[in-house]
Design a protein around this ligand. Structure first.
Ligand SMILES: [Zn+2]
Length: 451
C-alpha cells in the first residue's frame, strides 16, 4: 500500500511545480538599440499621420496602465523607452512599434468591457515589443528574399522614416506590423503572464479577442485581426498558461474607476472621418497637380515638383515622397499609404555595380521589394531602356490595387549611381493616371544628378 501512496505523491509534485512558458526573442540581425531607433522614427511618423485623441487625461491613463504592465514585462534586461498614445480612430485596433511605442485606438478602449480587457490588449502589444517580433520578421524576410529592401529600407534606404506612412508601398511597415500566427500565440502567452503578474484576471486577454471574434462573425472582422491574425486554439492555449501559473487568483483585478472615466472621455471625443476604402465616399480625389513647380534639393539629386504637393523627406536615406493633399490614404487596415504622388527611394545595390547587368539585377530587387508588401503588384510592361539626365535607366510599369479603390498604375524608373540604386516611383489610380502622366514626366525630366 505504501507504494501506492508514494506514487500518488510523486504524480502530484510535477503538477504543482509546473513552470510558466519561457519565451525569448527569436533570431534577429538588429540590436535592441536598433529596435528603439526604428520604432522611434516610425512613431514620429505615426504621430504626424494618425489622428491622435489629444486627450491628456486619456494619454496619462494609458501611460500609467502601460507602465505598470511594462514593469512586469520580461525584456531580458533591455530598457525600452515605453510610450503610449491614444489614436482617435473608432476601429478596434492597437499596435506597438519596435522599441516600445504603443498606439491604442479609441475603438479598443470603447470595446473593452473593463480595465482588465484593455490591459490584456496592451500586454499583448507589449509582448510583441519584448519578443522583438517586428525586427525578427524583418530579419527573416531579409534572409528569405536576400533583398536589399528590408535592412537597407529600415536604416537608410527607401522606407526609413516612412514606416506606416507615405512609403507604405515599400517593405518595412508591413513587415514590422503584420505578425505571424506563431508570434500572435507567443504574445498571448506572455501577455497572459504579464496580466497575472500585474494582478489582473489573466483570462481577460483571451476573453477580449474571443468577444471581438464573436461580435463580428460573418461581418467585417475588426482591424486588429488584419495585423494580428487569430492563432489556432487561442482560448485553450491561454487557459493552459493560466493553469501553469497556478490558476486565476481569487482577488484578480477586473475594473477601475480610472478606466471607466477614460472610456467616458474617449466616447465623448469628436469622431474623425477616415479616408480610404474603409470609409467609402469619405475620400475626395486630390486637386489636380499644379502647373507651377517648386524646387527640391537633396545632396544626391535635385528635382522639381508641383507646388501644390507636399514633400515628405526621409532625412536618413535621402529619399523623399511628394503627394497632393488627400493623396495619402488609409489602406483599410490602419496603415497610411501613398495613393497619388511621386517617391524617390535610394537603396544599396547588393551586387557589383560595375557588372554589365547590375541595373537589371538592381531593378529586379527594387520590384521584389515592392511586391513583398504589395502582394497583388504585377509587372504590366517589362523593363525598357530609358535615359534620365543622360544616365542609363530602366522604365517598368506595374499594376497594383490602389488604396483609393480600384486598380493602380505604378511607373518605376531605376538608375544606378555610386551611392546606390535610385528608384523613382510614380503612383496614381489607373482610371485617373492619364491626368498625372504629364506631371510625372515633368518631374522625371527635372531630375539632375551632380556632376
Ligand atoms: Zn499581436
Amino acid at each position: 500500500m505504501s507504494a501506492g501512496i508514494a506514487l500518488g505523491f510523486f504524480i502530484a509534485v510535477p503538477c504543482a511545480l509546473a513552470q510558466r512558458t519561457q519565451l525569448k526573442p527569436g533570431w534577429n540581425m538588429f540590436s535592441p538599440q536598433q529596435d528603439v531607433e526604428v520604432g522611434k522614427r516610425a512613431a514620429l511618423d505615426a504621430e504626424k499621420q494618425l489622428p491622435l485623441c489629444n486627450a491628456p487625461k486619456v494619454d496619462a491613463y494609458l501611460t500609467q496602465l502601460g507602465m505598470r504592465l511594462a514593469a512586469k514585462l520580461p525584456t531580458g534586461g533591455v530598457e525600452y523607452p515605453f510610450e503610449f498614445h491614444c489614436v482617435n480612430d473608432k476601429a478596434i485596433n492597437a499596435f506597438a512599434l519596435p522599441g516600445g511605442y504603443v498606439f491604442v485606438n479609441r475603438g479598443a478602449i470603447e470595446a473593452a468591457d473593463d480595465e482588465a480587457q484593455l490591459a490584456g490588449v496592451m500586454a499583448h502589444e507589449l509582448s510583441h515589443v519584448a519578443l522583438r517580433h517586428g525586427t525578427n520578421q524583418a530579419t527573416k524576410a531579409e534572409a528569405a528574399q536576400g533583398v536589399l529592401g528590408i535592412a537597407g529600407g529600415i536604416f537608410g534606404g527607401s522606407t526609413g522614416g516612412a514606416l506606416l506612412t507615405q512609403l507604405g508601398s515599400f517593405a518595412a511597415g508591413g513587415v514590422l506590423l503584420r505578425y505571424s500566427r506563431t508570434a500572435e500565440s507567443q504574445a498571448d502567452t506572455m501577455g497572459t503572464q504579464v496580466l497575472y503578474d500585474t494582478g489582473y484576471d489573466p483570462r481577460a486577454l483571451a476573453q477580449f479577442f474571443e468577444k471581438l471574434g464573436a461580435e463580428t462573425k460573418g461581418k467585417n472582422p475588426p482591424e486588429f485581426f488584419s495585423d494580428h491574425p487569430n492563432p489556432e486554439h487561442r482560448i485553450e492555449r491561454v487557459d493552459e498558461e493560466i493553469d501553469k501559473l497556478g490558476g486565476v487568483p481569487p482577488n484578480a483585478k477586473r475594473d477601475s474607476a480610472e478606466f471607466e472615466a477614460a472610456k467616458r472621455e474617449v466616447l465623448a471625443l469628436p469622431v474623425v472621418k477616415k479616408a480610404g476604402p474603409g470609409a467609402p465616399g469619405a475620400m475626395a480625389a486630390p486637386a489636380p497637380p499644379s502647373g507651377n513647380f517648386a524646387g527640391y534639393q537633396a545632396n544626391l539629386y535635385t528635382l522639381k515638383y508641383p507646388d501644390n504637393w507636399k514633400k515628405y523627406p526621409d532625412s536618413n536615406s535621402g529619399g523623399v515622397s511628394f503627394s497632393p493633399e488627400g493623396g495619402i490614404v488609409d489602406d483599410g487596415s490602419g496603415h497610411s499609404v501613398l495613393a497619388y504622388g511621386f517617391i524617390v527611394s535610394i537603396t544599396q545595390a547588393s551586387g557589383d555595380p560595375g557588372e554589365s547587368n547590375a541595373l537589371d539585377n538592381a531593378t529586379r530587387q527594387v520590384i521584389q521589394g515592392l511586391q513583398q508588401s504589395n502582394p497583388n503588384m504585377k509587372i504590366a510592361r517589362q523593363p525598357e531602356r530609358v535615359r534620365l539626365n543622360g544616365k542609363h535607366g530602366l522604365s517598368t510599369y506595374l499594376n497594383n490595387d490602389s488604396p483609393a479603390g480600384g486598380a493602380e498604375t505604378d511607373w518605376v524608373i531605376t538608375v544606378m549611381r555610386p551611392e546606390g540604386v535610385f528608384a523613382f516611383v510614380c503612383v496614381a489610380p489607373q482610371k485617373v493616371y492619364s491626368n498625372y502622366d504629364k506631371t510625372f514626366s515633368a518631374i522625371l525630366d527635372s531630375i539632375r544628378f551632380p556632376k
